[in-house]
Design a protein around this ligand. Structure first.
Ligand code: CA
Ligand code: CA
Ligand code: CA
Length: 340
């Protein structure tokens, strides 16, 4: 058992006394002088090598307790922590995010591109982690990825991934120390092969993970990744992350049982990690699609329960892909057994 210098050691017993006496009658009590544990006449004292039962019988002793070290995990001081059921341990089984944080996995040093409808570059919970000089807008072809007014999907996704932790604002992102790069791609008109290819190869030598909560329109059958985009992704998985392969993650889709992500161009690619969503009761979310490419599921909102998220899965997708990176950091993209 670990000893904390100058403080507890687990072999010692500690007693709480309701007496002003500083020693017990047989002289075995050693009064602590550290200044902690004294409240009025109650004294908190360290006692060497006596059985609990014997100590409890001594007049004035109220409580005898061995000080046991129990594992504790980092939580969050953010406004919505109490309702962050997907990560705060409120549901079972838990995604063990707290445990991962406690092991030091916070996204530090990782560059994550959020390819979506754009990011609110002034958001107070994202500011610290955003790499402004790396942002890009492939819809308007400029360096400002701000979404159109009222569009919040990309900002929500970015928050789930990398919102600042412990700042008393909003939420804590799953990878709260990651570097966020905002890429605006999704818009009302549509996206070309060139736009998609550019977005998914944007700063490819630097970006570790491209997280994508978008895809083919639901209910349109089979589609394929187009030429330039396919080349961009293939280059990423072969040369990205210094040869270990860029991580591309897509959500399985929101088409529910009316659609099937086997047909979606991106989710069915062997180069892409596809993540689906389960609700707080452990069953498929009612919008989740079923298909063989799904590599893992993560908690998302809705699905017949009253628990919701704004953006169903991007943050958890990133978390899972980060875990994959950690599990197999030298792998060249996805282990073959996982390739769909
Ligand atoms: Ca712009
Ligand atoms: Ca926050
Ligand atoms: Ca779909």
């Amino acid at each position: 058992m670990t000893n904390v210098p100058g403080f507890y050691s687990a072999e010692d017993l500690y007693v709480t006394l309701n007496t002003t006496e500083e020693t017990l009658e047989n002289g075995t009590l050693v009064k602590e002088t550290g200044g902690y544990g004294n409240t009025g006449n109650v004294k908190f004292a360290k006692v060497k090598s006596r059985s609990k039962a014997k100590l409890k019988n001594i007049e004035g002793v109220e409580l005898v307790e061995e000080q046991i070290y129990e594992e504790r995990v980092t939580k969050s001081r953010d406004a919505y922590w109490a309702v962050m059921w997907t990560v705060n341990g409120a549901v079972v089984p838990s995604m063990k995010v707290l445990e991962a944080w406690n092991l030091g996995y916070s996204g530090r040093g990782i560059y994550i591109a959020v390819v979506d409808t754009g990011i609110d570059i002034y958001h107070e919970d994202l500011r610290v982690n955003m790499l402004s000089s790396y942002h890009y807008d492939y819809v308007s072809d400029d360096a400002d990825p701000s979404p159109v007014e009222g569009e919040t999907h990309g900002t929500n996704c970015a928050g789930l991934v990398g919102a600042e932790k412990d700042n008393n604002i909003c939420i804590a992102g799953i990878a709260y120390n990651a570097n966020l790069v905002g890429i605006r791609l999704i818009n009302d008109v549509g996206t070309t092969d060139l736009m998609e290819g550019n977005a998914l190869s944007h700063r490819q030598s630097i970006i570790d993970i491209y997280t994508n909560s978008w895809g083919s329109e639901d209910g349109h059958g089979f589609s394929s990744i187009r030429t330039l985009t396919s080349a961009a992704i293939e280059k990423g998985i072969r040369t990205g992350r210094n040869g270990k392969g860029t991580i591309y993650v897509f959500s399985a889709g929101n088409g529910g049982l009316d659609d099937n992500c086997n047909g979606d161009a991106f989710t069915r690619s062997r180069y892409i990690i596809t993540i689906s969503s389960i609700s707080s009761n452990g069953f498929s979310a009612n919008y989740a699609e079923v298909c063989t490419p799904v590599l893992a599921v993560a908690y998302g909102g809705g699905g017949g329960t009253n628990k919701y998220l704004h953006c169903s899965d991007a943050g958890h997708i990133q978390f899972l892909s980060r875990k994959l990176l950690l599990l197999n950091p030298k792998t060249n993209q996805i282990p073959s057994a996982m390739a769909a």
